[in-house]
Design a binder for this molecule. Structure first.
Ligand SMILES: NC(=O)C1=CN([C@@H]2O[C@H](COP(=O)(O)OP(=O)(O)OC[C@H]3O[C@@H](n4cnc5c(N)ncnc54)[C@H](OP(=O)(O)O)[C@@H]3O)[C@@H](O)[C@H]2O)C=CC1
Ligand SMILES: CC(C)(CO)C(=O)C(=O)O
Length: 324
């Protein structure tokens, strides 16, 4: 089975390197200076255990690898880039190709299913960082991440089993789950704070805003009748498997949305994290002012290439309607 990892940043870069090092036929699709650096020097993976440079093959587009039925394409770009990636894939890959969404949020699988029949979701608990071309960091050791997988919208099959086995051989913890989207909705609840962290930083003063966006999130999932794994299930699944430790003497600074602002990419994933709640709220008549404020502000700060942590949390709270 050949693995094509589409998007070789924090998550895709570390996974691609680990699959390749574990002996799998793995190729990454990357772009810009990151692609040039990987081609020139290999992909440098920093972790709490040290640094290795992995000569994983890197190409610019799906056309360059000739994707066929039997291959597995792992989407590892942020959700705002998934549409363009799927358009390129749709025009070049066999429609029977398995598409695995190694991404946060719950929209990627739905997008992929329009063009590909065999779509899988992964609940990604995997702290990783990409802040400079040619380099990724994997922050947890000895287990880099938990990557449970299932067929979308539900179910399990041989491909899911084979991909989970490959993840395990590449040193991840991975189980096949028939109800993977329940777990991804729970992860979404956690990721509602991504944009808050990106905008306001990691301080305790963000707590009232975090509580408000989570309460809105829960109300929307309930109104929509969406089955969500409980916090207790998630806590039990995580156990103490993830052990985040300093990499090259540095502690982890921020999650994936924080990294988008730090790198000044001009875009952020908020439309598909807080925006998922806003969308559900609009469909089901649940007010979501806090998620909407954070979604809009995150987009505007990303567009203007503002710095992470540059917005005072009180500014966002003051603009919200008072709670009764
Ligand atoms: N980082 C983390 O700790 C975690 C991230 N996640 C989730 O994983 C997913 C990936 O996030 P993350 O790895 O952090 O994101 P990154 O931005 O680090 O990596 C995505 C990479 O994909 C590249 N890319 C996007 N579109 C294309 C394309 N068409 N062709 C080639 N390359 C492309 C980006 O390039 P460019 O830089 O040029 O845009 C970037 O290098 C997200 O859904 C995120 O929420 C989940 C758990 C933890
Ligand atoms: C939960 C968290 C913050 C872990 O890195 C994450 O999923 C992300 O960075 O997107």
């Amino acid at each position: 089975m050949r693995y094509v990892i589409y998007g070789a940043g924090a998550i895709g870069g570390v996974l691609g390197a680990r699959l390749f090092s574990a002996g799998f036929d793995a190729t990454v699709i990357a772009r810009g200076p990151h692609l040039e650096a990987i081609r020139r020097n290999g992909l440098r993976v920093d972790s709490p255990d040290g640094t290795e440079t992995v000569p994983v093959p890197a190409v610019a587009a799906p056309d360059d690898v000739g994707i066929a039925a039997g291959d597995v394409v792992i989407l590892a770009m942020k959700t705002q880039d998934t549409g363009a990636a799927l358009a390129a894939l749709r025009d070049s890959a066999d429609p029977a190709t398995a598409i695995v969404c190694l991404q946060n949020g719950v929209e990627n699988e739905r997008m992929a299913l329009r063009s590909f029949e065999h779509v899988y979701g992964v609940c990604v608990m995997f702290p990783a960082t990409h802040t400079e071309p040619g380099v990724v960091q994997s922050q947890s050791t000895p287990i880099p991440g938990l990557l449970d997988i299932g067929r979308y919208p539900h179910g399990a099959d041989d491909t899911a089993e084979q991909v989970a086995a490959a993840f395990r051989k590449a040193s991840f913890v991975s189980e096949v789950r028939e109800d993977i989207m329940r777990w991804k909705y729970r992860k979404l609840m956690m990721n509602l704070t991504n944009a808050v962290q990106a905008l306001c930083g990691t301080g305790e003063e963000a707590r009232p805003l975090v509580e408000r966006i989570r309460a809105e999130g829960l109300a929307c999932l309930q109104a929509a009748g969406i089955d969500v794994a409980s916090e207790a299930e998630e806590t039990a699944r995580r156990g103490d498997l993830l052990q985040v430790r300093p990499v090259a003497g540095q502690t982890r600074t921020g999650g994936s949305s924080w990294q988008s602002l730090h790198r000044g990419t001009g875009a952020i994933e908020a439309d598909y994290l807080n925006g998922e709640i806003v969308l559900l709220g609009r469909i089901h008549g649940v007010p979501t002012p806090a998620n909407e404020a954070v979604r809009r502000l995150a987009n505007s700060v990303a567009r203007e290439r503002g710095r992470p942590g540059s917005v005072p949390v009180q500014q966002i709270l003051d603009a919200l309607p008072r709670q009764s």
